[in-house]
Design a protein around this ligand. Structure first.
Ligand code: NAD
Length: 503
Protein backbone atom coordinates (compact mmCIF):
# COMPACT_ATOMS: atom_id res chain seq x y z
CA UNK A 1 0.00 0.00 0.00
CA UNK A 2 1.18 3.54 -0.77
CA UNK A 3 1.08 6.51 1.59
CA UNK A 4 -1.92 8.03 -0.19
CA UNK A 5 -5.10 9.01 1.64
CA UNK A 6 -7.35 5.98 2.15
CA UNK A 7 -11.13 6.23 1.89
CA UNK A 8 -12.94 4.43 4.71
CA UNK A 9 -16.34 2.76 5.18
CA UNK A 10 -19.30 4.48 6.86
CA UNK A 11 -20.98 2.10 9.28
CA UNK A 12 -23.43 2.78 12.09
CA UNK A 13 -23.15 6.53 11.67
CA UNK A 14 -19.35 6.79 11.74
CA UNK A 15 -16.29 6.33 9.54
CA UNK A 16 -14.56 2.98 10.01
CA UNK A 17 -11.06 2.07 8.81
CA UNK A 18 -10.78 -0.89 6.45
CA UNK A 19 -9.17 -3.96 7.96
CA UNK A 20 -8.93 -6.30 4.96
CA UNK A 21 -5.52 -5.04 3.85
CA UNK A 22 -6.88 -4.74 0.28
CA UNK A 23 -7.13 -1.37 -1.50
CA UNK A 24 -8.37 -0.01 -4.82
CA UNK A 25 -6.92 2.91 -6.77
CA UNK A 26 -8.86 6.09 -7.38
CA UNK A 27 -7.64 8.17 -10.29
CA UNK A 28 -7.57 11.84 -11.02
CA UNK A 29 -9.01 11.24 -14.51
CA UNK A 30 -7.83 14.59 -15.85
CA UNK A 31 -4.21 13.67 -15.08
CA UNK A 32 -4.39 9.88 -15.39
CA UNK A 33 -2.65 9.36 -12.03
CA UNK A 34 -3.77 7.65 -8.83
CA UNK A 35 -4.85 10.34 -6.35
CA UNK A 36 -5.97 8.23 -3.39
CA UNK A 37 -6.99 4.73 -2.42
CA UNK A 38 -10.13 3.09 -1.15
CA UNK A 39 -10.33 0.27 1.38
CA UNK A 40 -11.92 -2.83 -0.16
CA UNK A 41 -14.09 -4.56 2.43
CA UNK A 42 -13.70 -8.19 3.44
CA UNK A 43 -16.68 -10.49 4.04
CA UNK A 44 -16.39 -9.84 7.76
CA UNK A 45 -16.52 -6.07 7.36
CA UNK A 46 -19.59 -6.28 5.12
CA UNK A 47 -21.24 -8.59 7.66
CA UNK A 48 -20.62 -5.87 10.25
CA UNK A 49 -22.46 -3.32 8.09
CA UNK A 50 -25.34 -5.75 7.53
CA UNK A 51 -25.52 -6.43 11.29
CA UNK A 52 -25.76 -2.71 11.98
CA UNK A 53 -28.57 -2.30 9.41
CA UNK A 54 -30.32 -5.40 10.79
CA UNK A 55 -30.23 -4.06 14.32
CA UNK A 56 -31.53 -0.63 13.27
CA UNK A 57 -34.43 -2.09 11.28
CA UNK A 58 -37.18 -2.76 13.88
CA UNK A 59 -37.12 0.78 15.33
CA UNK A 60 -36.87 2.44 11.93
CA UNK A 61 -39.70 0.34 10.46
CA UNK A 62 -41.84 1.29 13.46
CA UNK A 63 -41.13 5.01 13.01
CA UNK A 64 -44.24 6.68 11.53
CA UNK A 65 -43.78 7.44 7.80
CA UNK A 66 -44.33 11.15 8.44
CA UNK A 67 -41.42 11.22 10.91
CA UNK A 68 -39.23 9.33 8.43
CA UNK A 69 -40.17 11.94 5.83
CA UNK A 70 -38.97 14.72 8.15
CA UNK A 71 -35.44 13.32 7.81
CA UNK A 72 -35.81 13.43 4.03
CA UNK A 73 -36.94 17.06 4.14
CA UNK A 74 -33.84 18.00 6.14
CA UNK A 75 -31.63 15.89 3.84
CA UNK A 76 -33.06 17.78 0.86
CA UNK A 77 -32.06 21.11 2.41
CA UNK A 78 -28.57 19.84 3.22
CA UNK A 79 -28.00 18.68 -0.37
CA UNK A 80 -29.02 22.10 -1.63
CA UNK A 81 -26.66 23.80 0.83
CA UNK A 82 -23.78 21.49 -0.13
CA UNK A 83 -24.46 21.31 -3.89
CA UNK A 84 -21.16 22.85 -4.99
CA UNK A 85 -19.11 20.74 -2.58
CA UNK A 86 -20.87 17.55 -3.75
CA UNK A 87 -20.34 18.45 -7.42
CA UNK A 88 -16.60 19.06 -6.87
CA UNK A 89 -16.18 15.79 -4.94
CA UNK A 90 -17.93 13.97 -7.78
CA UNK A 91 -16.02 15.63 -10.62
CA UNK A 92 -12.66 15.16 -8.90
CA UNK A 93 -13.06 11.36 -9.00
CA UNK A 94 -15.31 10.88 -12.04
CA UNK A 95 -13.90 13.62 -14.27
CA UNK A 96 -17.16 15.05 -15.62
CA UNK A 97 -17.68 18.81 -15.85
CA UNK A 98 -19.09 20.68 -12.85
CA UNK A 99 -22.22 21.43 -14.87
CA UNK A 100 -22.79 17.72 -15.56
CA UNK A 101 -22.03 16.85 -11.93
CA UNK A 102 -24.44 19.48 -10.58
CA UNK A 103 -27.12 18.33 -13.00
CA UNK A 104 -26.78 14.74 -11.84
CA UNK A 105 -26.91 15.65 -8.12
CA UNK A 106 -30.05 17.65 -8.92
CA UNK A 107 -31.68 14.60 -10.54
CA UNK A 108 -30.88 12.63 -7.38
CA UNK A 109 -32.31 15.44 -5.28
CA UNK A 110 -35.58 15.08 -7.16
CA UNK A 111 -35.81 11.49 -5.93
CA UNK A 112 -35.27 12.74 -2.38
CA UNK A 113 -38.17 15.16 -2.95
CA UNK A 114 -40.28 12.24 -4.15
CA UNK A 115 -39.29 10.32 -1.01
CA UNK A 116 -40.50 13.24 1.15
CA UNK A 117 -44.07 12.45 0.05
CA UNK A 118 -43.88 8.68 0.07
CA UNK A 119 -46.50 8.26 2.85
CA UNK A 120 -49.08 8.84 0.15
CA UNK A 121 -47.98 5.66 -1.67
CA UNK A 122 -47.74 3.54 1.48
CA UNK A 123 -51.47 3.82 2.06
CA UNK A 124 -53.42 0.59 1.85
CA UNK A 125 -56.79 -0.22 0.32
CA UNK A 126 -59.88 -1.12 2.29
CA UNK A 127 -62.94 -3.15 1.37
CA UNK A 128 -65.75 -3.14 3.89
CA UNK A 129 -68.03 -6.14 4.41
CA UNK A 130 -66.48 -8.53 1.86
CA UNK A 131 -68.57 -11.23 3.58
CA UNK A 132 -71.06 -11.00 6.44
CA UNK A 133 -69.26 -8.94 9.10
CA UNK A 134 -65.90 -9.40 7.39
CA UNK A 135 -63.64 -6.52 6.26
CA UNK A 136 -60.50 -6.77 4.15
CA UNK A 137 -57.60 -4.34 3.91
CA UNK A 138 -53.98 -4.27 2.97
CA UNK A 139 -50.80 -2.47 3.88
CA UNK A 140 -47.31 -2.13 2.48
CA UNK A 141 -44.53 -3.12 4.86
CA UNK A 142 -40.78 -2.64 4.40
CA UNK A 143 -38.64 -5.65 3.42
CA UNK A 144 -35.89 -5.29 6.05
CA UNK A 145 -32.24 -4.76 5.17
CA UNK A 146 -31.81 -3.72 1.53
CA UNK A 147 -28.57 -3.28 -0.38
CA UNK A 148 -27.57 -1.11 -3.32
CA UNK A 149 -24.67 -1.77 -5.69
CA UNK A 150 -23.96 1.19 -7.94
CA UNK A 151 -21.86 2.10 -11.01
CA UNK A 152 -19.17 4.73 -11.43
CA UNK A 153 -20.92 6.91 -13.97
CA UNK A 154 -23.49 8.57 -11.68
CA UNK A 155 -21.89 8.22 -8.24
CA UNK A 156 -24.44 10.49 -6.49
CA UNK A 157 -27.60 10.19 -8.59
CA UNK A 158 -27.80 6.39 -8.82
CA UNK A 159 -27.33 5.82 -5.05
CA UNK A 160 -30.08 8.44 -4.62
CA UNK A 161 -32.35 6.43 -6.95
CA UNK A 162 -32.18 3.80 -4.22
CA UNK A 163 -31.55 4.69 -0.59
CA UNK A 164 -34.00 7.63 -0.14
CA UNK A 165 -36.91 5.53 -1.46
CA UNK A 166 -35.89 2.42 0.43
CA UNK A 167 -35.34 4.28 3.72
CA UNK A 168 -38.51 6.37 3.40
CA UNK A 169 -40.40 3.06 3.02
CA UNK A 170 -38.98 1.92 6.38
CA UNK A 171 -36.07 -0.28 5.27
CA UNK A 172 -32.49 0.00 6.40
CA UNK A 173 -29.76 0.08 3.77
CA UNK A 174 -26.22 -0.99 2.93
CA UNK A 175 -24.78 0.85 -0.07
CA UNK A 176 -21.79 -0.49 -2.00
CA UNK A 177 -20.83 2.37 -4.33
CA UNK A 178 -18.44 2.03 -7.25
CA UNK A 179 -14.90 1.62 -5.98
CA UNK A 180 -13.79 4.07 -8.70
CA UNK A 181 -15.49 7.18 -7.23
CA UNK A 182 -17.06 6.49 -3.81
CA UNK A 183 -16.43 9.81 -2.01
CA UNK A 184 -19.63 11.61 -2.94
CA UNK A 185 -21.80 8.68 -1.76
CA UNK A 186 -19.98 8.69 1.58
CA UNK A 187 -20.60 12.41 1.95
CA UNK A 188 -24.31 11.87 1.22
CA UNK A 189 -24.43 9.26 4.01
CA UNK A 190 -22.85 11.79 6.40
CA UNK A 191 -25.49 14.34 5.40
CA UNK A 192 -28.22 11.78 6.11
CA UNK A 193 -26.83 11.43 9.65
CA UNK A 194 -26.77 15.22 9.96
CA UNK A 195 -30.41 15.26 8.80
CA UNK A 196 -31.33 13.13 11.80
CA UNK A 197 -31.23 9.58 10.43
CA UNK A 198 -30.59 7.12 13.27
CA UNK A 199 -27.24 5.32 13.16
CA UNK A 200 -27.25 2.03 11.26
CA UNK A 201 -30.15 2.91 8.95
CA UNK A 202 -27.74 3.83 6.12
CA UNK A 203 -24.31 2.24 5.88
CA UNK A 204 -21.73 2.50 3.10
CA UNK A 205 -19.17 -0.23 2.47
CA UNK A 206 -16.54 0.14 -0.19
CA UNK A 207 -15.41 -2.89 -2.06
CA UNK A 208 -15.40 -5.16 -5.04
CA UNK A 209 -16.69 -8.67 -5.79
CA UNK A 210 -16.00 -9.93 -2.27
CA UNK A 211 -18.24 -7.24 -0.74
CA UNK A 212 -20.93 -7.73 -3.38
CA UNK A 213 -20.98 -11.51 -2.99
CA UNK A 214 -21.50 -11.13 0.76
CA UNK A 215 -24.49 -8.84 0.17
CA UNK A 216 -25.90 -11.30 -2.38
CA UNK A 217 -25.81 -14.30 -0.08
CA UNK A 218 -26.26 -13.03 3.50
CA UNK A 219 -29.70 -14.16 4.66
CA UNK A 220 -30.36 -10.90 6.53
CA UNK A 221 -30.41 -8.96 3.24
CA UNK A 222 -33.90 -9.03 1.74
CA UNK A 223 -33.66 -6.84 -1.35
CA UNK A 224 -30.88 -5.91 -3.79
CA UNK A 225 -30.88 -2.98 -6.21
CA UNK A 226 -28.10 -3.04 -8.77
CA UNK A 227 -27.16 -0.60 -11.52
CA UNK A 228 -24.20 -1.41 -13.74
CA UNK A 229 -23.13 -3.46 -16.73
CA UNK A 230 -25.20 -6.32 -18.14
CA UNK A 231 -22.61 -9.02 -17.52
CA UNK A 232 -22.39 -8.21 -13.79
CA UNK A 233 -26.12 -7.43 -13.51
CA UNK A 234 -27.13 -10.82 -14.81
CA UNK A 235 -24.82 -12.46 -12.26
CA UNK A 236 -26.26 -10.27 -9.48
CA UNK A 237 -29.81 -11.19 -10.47
CA UNK A 238 -29.13 -14.91 -10.68
CA UNK A 239 -27.10 -15.12 -7.47
CA UNK A 240 -29.40 -12.85 -5.45
CA UNK A 241 -32.64 -14.53 -6.51
CA UNK A 242 -31.08 -17.98 -5.96
CA UNK A 243 -30.60 -16.96 -2.33
CA UNK A 244 -34.24 -15.92 -2.09
CA UNK A 245 -33.86 -12.17 -2.41
CA UNK A 246 -35.89 -9.66 -4.34
CA UNK A 247 -33.53 -8.24 -7.01
CA UNK A 248 -33.73 -5.45 -9.56
CA UNK A 249 -30.71 -5.10 -11.85
CA UNK A 250 -30.60 -2.16 -14.24
CA UNK A 251 -27.96 -2.75 -16.86
CA UNK A 252 -26.23 -1.75 -20.09
CA UNK A 253 -27.65 0.03 -23.11
CA UNK A 254 -27.24 0.94 -26.75
CA UNK A 255 -29.67 3.74 -27.41
CA UNK A 256 -30.79 4.53 -30.96
CA UNK A 257 -32.05 7.91 -32.16
CA UNK A 258 -34.08 7.65 -35.36
CA UNK A 259 -34.07 10.79 -37.50
CA UNK A 260 -36.95 10.97 -39.97
CA UNK A 261 -36.55 13.04 -43.17
CA UNK A 262 -39.05 15.63 -41.89
CA UNK A 263 -37.12 16.28 -38.63
CA UNK A 264 -35.71 19.70 -37.81
CA UNK A 265 -32.01 19.02 -38.46
CA UNK A 266 -30.73 21.94 -36.35
CA UNK A 267 -32.64 20.56 -33.36
CA UNK A 268 -31.41 17.04 -34.10
CA UNK A 269 -27.79 18.19 -34.09
CA UNK A 270 -28.22 20.11 -30.82
CA UNK A 271 -29.74 16.98 -29.34
CA UNK A 272 -26.90 14.74 -30.56
CA UNK A 273 -24.21 17.01 -29.11
CA UNK A 274 -25.73 16.75 -25.62
CA UNK A 275 -26.91 13.16 -25.81
CA UNK A 276 -23.91 11.50 -27.47
CA UNK A 277 -21.08 13.51 -25.90
CA UNK A 278 -22.43 14.82 -22.60
CA UNK A 279 -20.62 13.18 -19.65
CA UNK A 280 -18.20 11.90 -22.33
CA UNK A 281 -20.79 9.31 -23.35
CA UNK A 282 -20.54 7.57 -19.97
CA UNK A 283 -24.33 7.49 -19.57
CA UNK A 284 -26.70 4.55 -19.84
CA UNK A 285 -29.12 6.89 -21.65
CA UNK A 286 -26.49 8.30 -24.05
CA UNK A 287 -27.40 8.23 -27.71
CA UNK A 288 -24.87 5.82 -29.23
CA UNK A 289 -26.48 5.26 -32.63
CA UNK A 290 -28.20 7.67 -35.02
CA UNK A 291 -30.35 5.88 -37.59
CA UNK A 292 -31.46 7.71 -40.72
CA UNK A 293 -33.82 6.26 -43.29
CA UNK A 294 -32.40 8.00 -46.34
CA UNK A 295 -28.96 9.23 -47.38
CA UNK A 296 -30.02 12.86 -47.71
CA UNK A 297 -30.91 13.01 -43.99
CA UNK A 298 -27.64 11.34 -42.97
CA UNK A 299 -25.68 13.83 -45.10
CA UNK A 300 -27.60 16.80 -43.70
CA UNK A 301 -26.98 15.67 -40.10
CA UNK A 302 -23.27 15.13 -40.74
CA UNK A 303 -22.84 18.48 -42.44
CA UNK A 304 -24.10 20.33 -39.37
CA UNK A 305 -22.71 17.92 -36.77
CA UNK A 306 -19.08 17.83 -37.86
CA UNK A 307 -18.22 21.50 -37.18
CA UNK A 308 -19.95 21.27 -33.79
CA UNK A 309 -17.95 18.17 -32.85
CA UNK A 310 -14.70 19.79 -33.98
CA UNK A 311 -15.48 22.80 -31.78
CA UNK A 312 -16.28 20.79 -28.61
CA UNK A 313 -13.99 21.94 -25.84
CA UNK A 314 -12.46 18.95 -24.09
CA UNK A 315 -10.76 19.58 -20.75
CA UNK A 316 -10.63 19.06 -17.00
CA UNK A 317 -13.53 19.93 -14.68
CA UNK A 318 -11.37 22.62 -13.09
CA UNK A 319 -11.58 24.64 -16.33
CA UNK A 320 -15.07 26.15 -16.47
CA UNK A 321 -14.83 26.36 -20.27
CA UNK A 322 -14.66 22.53 -20.59
CA UNK A 323 -17.68 20.99 -22.28
CA UNK A 324 -16.51 17.39 -22.07
CA UNK A 325 -14.27 15.84 -19.43
CA UNK A 326 -12.03 12.77 -19.50
CA UNK A 327 -13.13 9.14 -19.08
CA UNK A 328 -12.99 7.74 -15.58
CA UNK A 329 -9.69 5.82 -15.77
CA UNK A 330 -6.84 4.85 -18.10
CA UNK A 331 -8.54 1.44 -18.43
CA UNK A 332 -11.78 3.05 -19.67
CA UNK A 333 -9.78 5.24 -22.05
CA UNK A 334 -7.95 2.21 -23.50
CA UNK A 335 -11.24 0.32 -23.89
CA UNK A 336 -12.94 3.14 -25.81
CA UNK A 337 -9.90 3.66 -28.05
CA UNK A 338 -9.92 -0.10 -28.66
CA UNK A 339 -13.49 0.16 -29.94
CA UNK A 340 -12.49 2.97 -32.32
CA UNK A 341 -9.66 0.75 -33.63
CA UNK A 342 -12.18 -2.08 -34.07
CA UNK A 343 -14.63 0.15 -35.95
CA UNK A 344 -11.91 1.15 -38.42
CA UNK A 345 -10.88 -2.50 -38.90
CA UNK A 346 -14.48 -3.60 -39.39
CA UNK A 347 -14.92 -1.09 -42.23
CA UNK A 348 -16.96 1.74 -40.72
CA UNK A 349 -16.13 5.20 -42.08
CA UNK A 350 -14.31 7.22 -39.41
CA UNK A 351 -15.51 10.78 -39.96
CA UNK A 352 -13.91 12.28 -36.85
CA UNK A 353 -11.30 10.55 -34.70
CA UNK A 354 -11.11 11.31 -30.96
CA UNK A 355 -8.17 8.97 -30.26
CA UNK A 356 -5.50 11.64 -30.51
CA UNK A 357 -7.23 14.21 -28.32
CA UNK A 358 -4.81 15.82 -25.88
CA UNK A 359 -5.29 18.63 -23.44
CA UNK A 360 -2.42 21.03 -22.79
CA UNK A 361 -1.12 20.62 -19.24
CA UNK A 362 -3.04 17.33 -18.89
CA UNK A 363 -1.17 15.18 -21.39
CA UNK A 364 -1.53 12.02 -19.26
CA UNK A 365 -5.30 12.55 -18.76
CA UNK A 366 -7.85 9.90 -19.72
CA UNK A 367 -9.28 11.98 -22.56
CA UNK A 368 -10.91 10.63 -25.69
CA UNK A 369 -12.30 13.23 -28.06
CA UNK A 370 -15.73 13.16 -29.64
CA UNK A 371 -15.77 10.55 -32.42
CA UNK A 372 -18.14 9.94 -35.34
CA UNK A 373 -18.44 6.79 -37.44
CA UNK A 374 -20.63 6.74 -40.54
CA UNK A 375 -21.93 3.72 -42.51
CA UNK A 376 -21.94 1.50 -39.47
CA UNK A 377 -23.66 -1.87 -40.00
CA UNK A 378 -25.41 -4.13 -37.55
CA UNK A 379 -22.74 -6.85 -37.54
CA UNK A 380 -19.94 -4.50 -36.31
CA UNK A 381 -18.85 -4.61 -32.65
CA UNK A 382 -19.17 -0.81 -32.42
CA UNK A 383 -22.87 -1.37 -33.15
CA UNK A 384 -23.60 -4.49 -31.13
CA UNK A 385 -21.65 -3.61 -27.95
CA UNK A 386 -21.93 -0.81 -25.44
CA UNK A 387 -18.83 1.41 -25.84
CA UNK A 388 -19.55 3.80 -22.94
CA UNK A 389 -17.56 6.65 -24.39
CA UNK A 390 -17.99 9.63 -26.75
CA UNK A 391 -18.34 7.53 -29.91
CA UNK A 392 -21.35 8.00 -32.16
CA UNK A 393 -22.31 5.55 -34.91
CA UNK A 394 -24.47 6.55 -37.85
CA UNK A 395 -26.44 3.72 -39.42
CA UNK A 396 -27.98 4.42 -42.81
CA UNK A 397 -31.16 2.33 -42.89
CA UNK A 398 -33.34 2.18 -45.97
CA UNK A 399 -36.76 2.52 -44.41
CA UNK A 400 -38.61 3.34 -41.21
CA UNK A 401 -39.46 -0.36 -40.87
CA UNK A 402 -35.77 -1.27 -40.99
CA UNK A 403 -35.05 1.30 -38.25
CA UNK A 404 -37.74 -0.17 -35.97
CA UNK A 405 -36.46 -3.71 -36.64
CA UNK A 406 -32.89 -2.65 -35.79
CA UNK A 407 -34.05 -1.31 -32.43
CA UNK A 408 -36.21 -4.29 -31.63
CA UNK A 409 -33.53 -6.83 -32.60
CA UNK A 410 -30.84 -5.23 -30.41
CA UNK A 411 -30.12 -7.05 -27.16
CA UNK A 412 -30.54 -3.86 -25.11
CA UNK A 413 -33.79 -2.00 -24.52
CA UNK A 414 -33.02 0.96 -22.27
CA UNK A 415 -33.87 4.16 -24.16
CA UNK A 416 -34.62 5.35 -27.68
CA UNK A 417 -35.68 8.56 -29.41
CA UNK A 418 -37.48 9.50 -32.59
CA UNK A 419 -37.11 12.91 -34.22
CA UNK A 420 -39.98 13.79 -36.52
CA UNK A 421 -42.84 16.25 -37.05
CA UNK A 422 -45.27 13.46 -37.93
CA UNK A 423 -47.59 12.51 -35.07
CA UNK A 424 -48.77 9.35 -36.78
CA UNK A 425 -45.21 8.08 -37.14
CA UNK A 426 -44.44 9.03 -33.52
CA UNK A 427 -47.50 7.15 -32.30
CA UNK A 428 -46.60 4.03 -34.25
CA UNK A 429 -43.01 4.17 -33.00
CA UNK A 430 -44.09 4.62 -29.39
CA UNK A 431 -46.33 1.58 -29.59
CA UNK A 432 -43.99 -0.77 -31.40
CA UNK A 433 -40.48 -0.27 -30.01
CA UNK A 434 -39.37 -2.86 -27.47
CA UNK A 435 -37.74 -0.27 -25.24
CA UNK A 436 -38.41 0.88 -21.69
CA UNK A 437 -38.01 4.67 -22.14
CA UNK A 438 -39.02 6.44 -25.35
CA UNK A 439 -38.40 10.06 -26.36
CA UNK A 440 -40.27 11.89 -29.10
CA UNK A 441 -38.07 14.82 -30.12
CA UNK A 442 -36.45 14.34 -26.69
CA UNK A 443 -33.02 12.71 -26.96
CA UNK A 444 -32.57 11.50 -23.37
CA UNK A 445 -36.02 10.52 -22.11
CA UNK A 446 -35.11 10.05 -18.45
CA UNK A 447 -38.36 9.80 -16.45
CA UNK A 448 -38.94 12.24 -13.61
CA UNK A 449 -38.48 11.00 -10.05
CA UNK A 450 -42.22 10.45 -9.55
CA UNK A 451 -42.28 8.15 -12.59
CA UNK A 452 -40.03 5.10 -12.73
CA UNK A 453 -36.79 4.47 -14.62
CA UNK A 454 -36.04 1.16 -16.29
CA UNK A 455 -35.29 -0.57 -19.56
CA UNK A 456 -36.49 -3.75 -21.24
CA UNK A 457 -34.71 -6.84 -22.59
CA UNK A 458 -31.13 -7.22 -21.31
CA UNK A 459 -31.16 -3.69 -19.88
CA UNK A 460 -33.13 -4.77 -16.81
CA UNK A 461 -33.35 -8.05 -14.91
CA UNK A 462 -36.21 -8.26 -12.43
CA UNK A 463 -39.82 -7.15 -12.30
CA UNK A 464 -39.57 -3.57 -11.11
CA UNK A 465 -38.09 -0.40 -12.53
CA UNK A 466 -36.40 1.99 -10.09
CA UNK A 467 -37.71 5.01 -8.06
CA UNK A 468 -41.22 6.45 -8.41
CA UNK A 469 -44.15 4.08 -7.76
CA UNK A 470 -42.17 1.06 -9.00
CA UNK A 471 -39.49 1.82 -6.41
CA UNK A 472 -42.10 1.81 -3.64
CA UNK A 473 -43.45 -1.53 -4.90
CA UNK A 474 -39.92 -2.95 -4.98
CA UNK A 475 -39.02 -1.85 -1.45
CA UNK A 476 -42.28 -2.95 0.19
CA UNK A 477 -44.25 -6.16 0.60
CA UNK A 478 -47.98 -6.29 0.44
CA UNK A 479 -49.85 -7.75 3.39
CA UNK A 480 -53.60 -8.32 3.21
CA UNK A 481 -55.67 -8.62 6.36
CA UNK A 482 -59.14 -10.13 6.55
CA UNK A 483 -60.91 -9.47 9.83
CA UNK A 484 -64.18 -10.30 11.52
CA UNK A 485 -65.27 -8.82 14.84
CA UNK A 486 -68.11 -10.60 16.62
CA UNK A 487 -70.83 -8.01 16.86
CA UNK A 488 -72.26 -7.60 20.34
CA UNK A 489 -74.79 -5.15 19.00
CA UNK A 490 -76.36 -7.42 16.42
CA UNK A 491 -76.03 -10.75 18.25
CA UNK A 492 -77.41 -9.46 21.49
CA UNK A 493 -74.22 -10.54 23.31
CA UNK A 494 -73.30 -8.35 26.26
CA UNK A 495 -69.53 -7.55 26.20
CA UNK A 496 -69.08 -4.29 28.09
CA UNK A 497 -72.65 -3.11 27.92
CA UNK A 498 -75.03 -3.53 30.81
CA UNK A 499 -78.08 -5.68 30.23
CA UNK A 500 -81.27 -3.79 29.61
CA UNK A 501 -79.69 -1.10 27.46
CA UNK A 502 -78.37 1.08 30.33
CA UNK A 503 -75.08 2.51 29.15
P1 NAD B 1 -19.92 -2.45 -13.46
O1 NAD B 1 -20.91 -3.49 -13.80
O2 NAD B 1 -18.50 -2.70 -13.78
O3 NAD B 1 -19.96 -2.13 -11.88
C1 NAD B 1 -21.17 -1.89 -11.22
C2 NAD B 1 -21.02 -2.33 -9.77
O4 NAD B 1 -20.80 -3.74 -9.75
C3 NAD B 1 -19.86 -1.68 -9.04
O5 NAD B 1 -20.28 -1.32 -7.74
C4 NAD B 1 -18.81 -2.76 -9.02
O6 NAD B 1 -17.98 -2.70 -7.88
C5 NAD B 1 -19.63 -4.04 -8.99
N1 NAD B 1 -18.91 -5.16 -9.63
C6 NAD B 1 -18.00 -5.09 -10.64
N2 NAD B 1 -17.55 -6.32 -10.95
C7 NAD B 1 -18.19 -7.19 -10.13
C8 NAD B 1 -18.15 -8.61 -9.98
N3 NAD B 1 -17.37 -9.38 -10.75
N4 NAD B 1 -18.94 -9.17 -9.07
C9 NAD B 1 -19.75 -8.41 -8.29
N5 NAD B 1 -19.82 -7.06 -8.38
C10 NAD B 1 -19.05 -6.46 -9.30
O7 NAD B 1 -20.44 -1.09 -14.14
P2 NAD B 1 -19.69 0.30 -14.24
O8 NAD B 1 -18.58 0.18 -15.22
O9 NAD B 1 -19.39 0.84 -12.90
O10 NAD B 1 -20.86 1.21 -14.85
C11 NAD B 1 -21.13 1.29 -16.23
C12 NAD B 1 -22.29 0.40 -16.61
O11 NAD B 1 -23.45 0.74 -15.85
C13 NAD B 1 -22.70 0.57 -18.06
O12 NAD B 1 -22.94 -0.69 -18.61
C14 NAD B 1 -23.97 1.38 -17.99
O13 NAD B 1 -24.86 1.22 -19.07
C15 NAD B 1 -24.56 0.85 -16.73
N6 NAD B 1 -25.55 1.76 -16.19
C16 NAD B 1 -26.85 1.42 -16.32
C17 NAD B 1 -27.83 2.26 -15.86
C18 NAD B 1 -29.26 1.91 -16.01
O14 NAD B 1 -30.09 2.54 -15.37
N7 NAD B 1 -29.63 0.93 -16.81
C19 NAD B 1 -27.48 3.46 -15.22
C20 NAD B 1 -26.12 3.78 -15.08
C21 NAD B 1 -25.17 2.91 -15.57
Amino acid sequence: MSNKEVIKHYINGAYVEGTSGRFGDIYDPAKGVVQRQVALASKKEVEGAIASAHEAFPAWAATPPGRRAQVMFRFRELIREHMQELAVLLSAEHGKTIEDATGSVTRGLEVVEFACGISQLLKGEYSANVAGGVDSWNMRQPLGVCAGITPFNFPAMVPMWMFPVSIACGNTFVLKPSEKDPSVALRLAELMTEAGLPDGVLNVVNGDKEAVDTLLTDERVQGISFVGSTMIGEYIYQTGTASGKRVQALCGAKNHMVVMPDADIAQVVDAIIGAAYGSAGERCMAVAVVVTIDDATADAVLEKLLPRVKALKVGPYTDSASEMGPLVSPEAQAKVKGYIDAGVKEGAELIYDGRKETVAGHEGGCFVGATIFDKVTKDMSIYTEEIFGPVLSIVRAESYEEAVTLINDHEYGNGTALFTRDGDCARDFTNRVQIGMVGINVPIPVPMAFHSFGGWKRSLFGDHAIHGPEGVRFYTRLKTVTSRWPSGIRSGAVFNFKAGGEH
